[in-house]
Design a binder for this molecule. Structure first.
Ligand code: ZN
Length: 247
C-alpha cells in the first residue's frame, strides 16, 4: 500500500475562524481523509512539530509527500528542505498544492522564482483537461469547475512542465497552468493549483479524485530497473589498438 505523508504548515486554521470552520481537522486532515477513502495509507506532519514532522525516519517511510504552505514558507528549516529534495531525487513522489508554489521545497526543485499573478475575488475557475490520456486525468470529465476560487494567472515562472494536465480559466479573464508534471532525479512531482484556505476546495469530489490520481502517478515504481552509473567495464570487447592515448 502506498504511504502518503500529508504536510501542512497549519497556521491559517488556528488563526482564522472561516478557515477553521471549513477545515476543522486542518487542511491536512481533510486531505488525509480523502486519500484514506481512496485506498492510501496516510500520516500527517505539520510545521510546529520537531523537524516539522519530517524526520529521516518519516521520509524513509514515505512514498508520496504532499505539501501545503502559505503564510510560513520562511519558517521551514533549510535542512528539512534539503532532506525533502534528497528524498525526491531518490524517488519519493511530491504533490505541491496551491500556494506551495512559493514554498522553499518547490522553488528548490524547480530552480525558478515560481512567482505568479493572483487575486482574491471568489470567482469561478474552470480547469480544462489538456492531457486527457494522462493517468492524473482519470475519471475527470472535460473540465472541473470550482465555484469560488482565488485567481492565479500567467505568467507563472516555472520550468516548462514535462506534461501539462490542466489549464485554468478564470471568470476575470486570466489563464494558468494548473496541473504540471515534472521529473527530478528518480522522483516525480505534480503541482496542482486549487486549494485556497477560505474556500472548501479540498471537499470537492473531483479535486479529491485528482489528488488520489496524482499520489498514484508520483508514487515510486517498485519494478523499475536498477540504476547503474560511474566508470563501467565494456560489455563487448573493444579494439584498443587504434587508441593513441595508451601508446
Ligand atoms: Zn490562496
Amino acid at each position: 500500500m502506498t504511504t502518503v505523508t500529508i504536510w501542512n504548515e497549519f497556521v491559517h486554521e488556528k488563526e482564522n475562524d472561516t478557515v477553521a470552520d471549513i477545515y476543522p481537522e486542518g487542511i491536512h486532515g481533510a486531505i488525509a481523509t480523502a486519500l484514506d477513502e481512496n485506498g492510501f495509507k496516510t500520516q500527517t506532519a505539520t510545521l510546529q512539530e520537531p523537524e516539522h514532522g519530517l524526520t529521516e525516519d518519516v521520509l524513509a517511510d514515505t512514498d508520496v509527500l504532499t505539501w501545503w504552505g502559505h503564510a510560513a514558507h520562511n519558517e521551514v528549516k533549510d535542512e528539512v528542505v534539503e532532506r525533502v529534495q534528497q528524498h525526491v531525487l531518490e524517488g519519493m513522489g511530491l504533490v505541491v498544492l496551491h500556494s506551495a508554489h512559493a514554498s522553499k521545497v518547490f522553488r528548490k526543485l524547480m530552480g525558478t522564482s515560481c512567482n505568479l499573478k493572483w487575486r482574491e475575488a471568489a470567482e469561478t475557475e474552470r480547469l480544462w483537461v489538456t492531457n486527457p490520456t494522462h493517468p492524473i486525468a482519470n475519471g475527470i470529465g472535460e473540465f472541473i469547475e470550482v465555484p469560488d476560487a482565488e485567481m492565479y494567472g500567467e505568467h507563472f515562472d516555472i520550468p516548462e512542465p514535462d506534461s501539462l494536465i490542466f489549464t485554468s480559466w478564470f471568470e476575470g479573464g486570466e489563464v494558468f497552468r494548473s496541473g504540471c508534471c515534472y521529473h527530478r532525479g528518480e522522483g516525480r512531482i505534480f503541482y496542482f493549483r486549487p486549494g485556497h484556505e477560505t474556500y472548501p476546495v479540498y471537499h470537492q469530489e473531483e479535486i479529491q479524485q485528482v489528488l488520489a490520481n496524482a499520489c498514484e502517478w508520483v508514487s515510486p515504481n517498485p519494478d523499475a530497473p536498477e540504476i547503474v552509473r560511474g566508470n563501467h567495464e565494456p560489455i563487448e570487447e573493444i579494439d584498443m589498438t587504434d587508441d593513441r592515448s595508451v601508446h
